[in-house]
Design a protein around this ligand. Structure first.
Ligand SMILES: Nc1ncnc2c1ncn2[C@@H]1O[C@H](COP(=O)(O)OP(=O)(O)O)[C@@H](O)[C@H]1O
Ligand SMILES: [Mg+2]
Length: 382
């Protein structure tokens, strides 16, 4: 149990040699600078006691480095980190009262599940009785009781990962750090373990920092999500806040499956009423959006319009479009359409018999309240 606070944390890995530096000069990656790789820049967040926070972003955006700095495995170049109110910069990892679970968890192959889980406590000279109680409690929570006598090779991938989590649980840490703990599992197991982590979290009174590159994991597990790109925090918010109001185009495209449709469009202001023009059709915006734009005195301008696939629908009036392809996804249909050189995906629940096939001419519409508006700098206009 502890709150966690990061203030302007920055980590830059200097180049090992001149040839690395030369290669970096040719790279398009904005993280590669003269100084070195900017792994994390100006990262600030306050995580509440017992909050489950998820750090999400593409590979290389600085998630693991952030977690390693919280754990004390890496020192920030700048900034402060507080765990339970204590500044932990300079405090050794083992004195930070944290547990960490990695993607490549390594269990001791010659030890049983029980011994694997007990190992860390044994090293800390915890008494046998207490070790026994804690290991059995953790095994119970994780459904491993009947496997305590087995060796890792006699376990499935999911069970092994549970042992790795068990090893971390027995320490009853103030802070639980997990770095892509499910990414080595196949899709089905990953879904199962995701549900187990949700249950686990309810049983443990601990603060969680969970790293993943998977937006579904982030959306389903996090009380709040921190989205990173190229070493920079893009947005921090609840899954709902981020889904409904992505701060920029990157977040808009990253969160939500299938991805949000993005189209070039024109924002129009007439008699203090805003609307968007797209595909020759004018869509009025919601009153809330209107008020926000008025407050900013936003002029007419070219924008990027974002509409989620589940918010586009086929209607009598609307943007003339052509059906390219219909995909049956199980619980929904994904209809791929084109108009004016734009591609879009429309999601229709499977229970609706849409009767569409490729080549059909249709019209597309959306509710202005569901429109996301982005300016030339990629930032949300409101
Ligand atoms: N020890 C290191 N030395 C040099 N560069 C590193 C080191 N660790 C990470 N990096 C670089 O820092 C960036 C962020 O890495 P990382 O935090 O591992 O990203 P993520 O976990 O989001 O995939 C990457 O460009 C990575 O190559
Ligand atoms: Mg990583």
């Amino acid at each position: 149990m502890a709150e966690l606070k990061l203030c302007n944390v920055t980590k830059i890995f200097p180049w090992a040699n001149q040839s690395e530096k030369d290669k970096a000069r040719e790279s398009q990656n904005p993280q590669f600078t003269e100084e070195g790789v900017i792994a994390v820049k100006d990262f600030s967040v306050e995580v509440a006691d017992r909050e489950f926070i998820v750090l999400v972003g593409p590979s290389g955006c600085g998630k693991s480095t952030t977690l390693r700095m919280i754990a004390g495995l890496e020192d920030p170049d700048e900034g402060e980190i507080f765990i339970g109110g204590e500044n932990v910069i300079g405090v050794a990892p083992k004195k930070r009262d944290i547990s960490m679970v990695f993607q490549n968890y390594a269990l001791f192959p010659h030890m049983t599940v029980y011994e694997n889980m007990a190992f860390g406590l044994k090293m800390r000279k915890v008494s046998k009785d207490i070790i026994d109680r804690k290991v059995r409690e953790a095994a119970e929570i994780l459904g491993l009781t009947e496997y305590l006598g087995r060796k890792p090779k006699a376990l499935s991938g999911g069970q092994r990962q549970r042992v790795a989590i068990g090893r971390a649980i027995v320490r009853e840490p103030k802070l639980f750090l997990m770095d892509e703990p499910l990414s080595n599992l196949d899709a089905k197991l990953r879904n199962q373990m995701r549900a187990e982590i949700i249950k686990l979290r309810k049983k443990l009174d601990t603060t969680f920092v969970y790293v993943t590159h998977d937006q579904t994991e982030a959306m389903t597990l996090g009380d709040r999500i921190i989205i990173m790109k190229d070493g920079f925090v893009q947005q921090i918010g609840t899954p709902k806040e981020i889904f409904e109001h992505p701060a920029n185009l990157f977040v808009a495209g990253f969160i939500g499956l299938p991805q949000m449709n993005l189209f070039p469009a024109r924002l129009i202001r007439k008699d203090n009423e805003y609307s968007v023009l797209i595909g020759g059709v004018i869509f009025p915006l919601s009153q809330k959006t209107n008020e926000a734009l008025l407050a900013k005195n936003s002029p007419d301008r070219d924008i990027t319009l974002g509409v989620r696939p589940e918010h586009l629908f086929v209607s009598e009036k609307g943007i003339p479009a052509e059906v390219e392809l219909c995909e049956m996804m199980g619980s929904s249909h994904h209809i791929h359409v084109t108009f004016d050189g734009n591609e879009a995906v429309v999601v229709i629940p499977a229970i609706e018999d849409h009767g569409l096939s490729s080549g059909d001419k249709i019209r597309l519409s959306f509710d202005g309240a569901k429109a996301h508006l982005f300016g030339g700098d990629g930032k949300n206009l409101i």
